[in-house]
Design a protein around this ligand. Structure first.
Ligand SMILES: C[S@@+](CC[C@H](N)C(=O)[O-])C[C@H]1O[C@@H](n2cnc3c(N)ncnc32)[C@H](O)[C@@H]1O
Length: 261
């Protein structure tokens, strides 16, 4: 069933949210290349989220390709490249033209081991307190190399991705992004309220009419059986979207899907 049909039939109830989750998980497992990508991500600890999200992205890329004939997709918060490599893989398999932009620091944010350092940082740094409550710590690694690895594993090319290396709140990154327009935007960077709100305010206006915005970790107020529904920051920031001309057309666990009207 195409995204447009889900959009027509979808109701934000516990029963339907559970059905979406179960049916999207089933579909991911039914499509060999999706299953193999997600299996690899899970086996190699290359990303977060749910198996059901893979099928959600197939529906979204298909819808955007039908509507625009070309996909211009941006991810804020790349980590090891699960989602951008998946987009590239779907585009390759379905013969879609795609341009991918990745906004991410491509570096870690390491939680200090020492309890005393943590206590001091907690006292003096609001950012550190936000990072603690929004699970915003990532180990040191060569994230660009890890992205290259997952792209190569699935015979895709990370070189083709436009990288805006840095934090989405950095004025230089915001200024550079202003030159872009996207028909897909995935917000999955810093999950504090301050930064997720800043991402919504700065990047949602870059989404063109009929484009899709997906907000990760944003379903805390929704009814569903899933044990994990996201975090308070993105869940609160997502509420800003209706006043910015976005309609919530579907929810797949803690991924909320909005269409720009
Ligand atoms: C939850 S992970 C992203 C997971 C990835 N989207 C996936 O599904 O596999 C969050 C990522 O956002 C990055 N990040 C944190 N703050 C950010 C910001 N302000 N702008 C862009 N990226 C950010 C982190 O370094 C990390 O790579």
């Amino acid at each position: 069933m195409a995204l447009k049909l889900w959009e027509e039939k979808y109701l934000n109830t516990k029963e339907i949210n559970d059905l979406v989750h179960d049916s999207f998980t089933h579909e991911t497992n039914n499509i060999a290349y999706l299953k193999s990508h997600r299996d690899w991500v899970e086996e190699n600890k290359f990303g977060f989220g749910e198996r059901a999200f893979h099928y959600m992205w197939v529906l979204i890329l298909d819808d955007i390709n039908n509507c625009f004939g070309k996909i211009n997709a941006c991810e804020i918060g790349v980590y090891k490249g699960q989602i951008i490599s998946l987009w590239s893989l779907i585009a390759k398999n379905c013969n879609y033209a795609i341009d991918i932009t990745a906004i991410s620091p491509f570096e870690g944010n390491v939680l200090p081991v020492s309890k005393i350092s943590r206590k001091i940082k907690q006292l003096i740094s609001k950012k550190f307190r936000n990072d603690l409550t929004s699970a915003n710590f990532y180990g040191d690694a060569n994230y660009s190399q890890l992205c290259t690895n997952i792209f190569e594993k699935f015979s895709c090319n990370f070189e083709e991705v436009t990288k805006l290396v840095g934090y989405s709140t950095d004025p230089d990154i915001i200024a550079q992004s202003k030159n872009h327009r996207f028909n897909i935007l995935y917000i999955d960077g810093d999950h504090s309220f301050d930064v997720s709100r800043s991402d919504v305010e700065n990047y949602a206006p870059l989404v063109v009419p009929n484009g899709i915005l997906v907000m990760d970790d944003a379903s805390m107020d929704l009814e569903m059986s899933a044990p994990y529904k996201g975090l308070p920051g993105p869940s609160k920031s997502a509420k800003l979207l209706s006043e910015m001309g976005f309609e919530n057309i579907l929810n797949v666990n803690h991924n909320r899907v909005f269409r720009k009207l």
